[in-house]
Each structure stands twice: as C-alpha cells, then as structure tokens.
Write a protein that binds this ligand. Structure first.
Ligand code: SF4
Ligand code: SF4
Length: 121
C-alpha cells in the first residue's frame, strides 16, 4: 500500500488530480490517501515529483514500533485500571494473542490470494 510522507509532500496536488479513484485529499496542505478507497495501482508513487509517496516496505519498522508502543501502553493502562500488577502479564498475553491472530489471518489471506493468482495465470 502506498503512503505519503508528510515531511516530503509539497502539496502540489498532482496525485490528487491523477488518482483514478479519487481517494487522495489535501489535509493541512499535504496529501493524504484514504486507504479504504485505494486500489493499489501505484500511479501516485510513480508520478510524485518529489518522491513523497512511499511503499509499505519503507514503513515496516515504524509499524512494529507503533505496535510495541501500543502494547506497552495497554499493559500499563490495564495494571492501573485493575489496580493489580499481575494484570501486566495478562494484558501482555492478550496482546501476543492478538498479534498471533493477525499473523494467522494475514497468512490465510495470502494463501487465498495465491489461489486466485493461479486462476488468473
Ligand atoms: S504529488 Fe507528491 S508532492 Fe504532490 S501532493 Fe501528491 S504526494 Fe504531495
Ligand atoms: S495507489 Fe492508485 S488508487 Fe491508491 S492512492 Fe495512489 S493513485 Fe490512488
């Protein structure tokens, strides 16, 4: 999936004009992609004059850090809410379960998509 680096975007609007499904809008002078509407055509990535549109692979470390920070926040908040230190471990196990489930869903989705690919080829 493409994403726009707000630090690089100059707000020229070219990607907004060219996106075939109109899923890019200007937010506070920088372009932002509506991920639910994006069809992953990569056109915006190819036409941006300042290379502000990045690929997913360029954000993996950021997302991992974001997930870990979310887990840490939840662990602290759970212990505080319940008033029991043992809730830290309970919450941590729930977070691990959550991400394992996400992994299973992603792997099963890839399997299904590979079958669709076989049908297309
Ligand atoms: S083409 Fe690039 S610089 Fe121009 S608005 Fe889109 S992302 Fe920003
Ligand atoms: S990848 Fe295609 S559909 Fe998605 S935002 Fe860019 S131009 Fe629009």
């Amino acid at each position: 999936m493409p994403w726009i680096d707000k630090n690089d975007c100059t707000g020229c609007g070219i990607c907004i004009e060219e996106c075939p499904v109109d899923c890019i809008a200007m937010e506070e002078n920088v372009a932002e992609i509506d991920m639910k509407g994006c069809i992953r055509c990569a056109l915006c990535h190819d036409i941006c004059p300042v290379d502000a549109v990045k690929h997913d692979s360029e954000k993996e470390e950021y997302w991992i850090e974001e997930n870990v920070n979310w887990a840490k926040y939840s662990i602290d908040a759970s212990a505080k809410y319940y008033g029991r230190e043992e809730e830290r471990l309970n919450c941590l196990n729930r977070m691990i379960g959550h991400f394992k489930r996400e992994k299973r869903i992603a792997e099963a989705t890839v399997e299904r998509l590979l079958k669709i690919k076989e049908e297309i080829e």
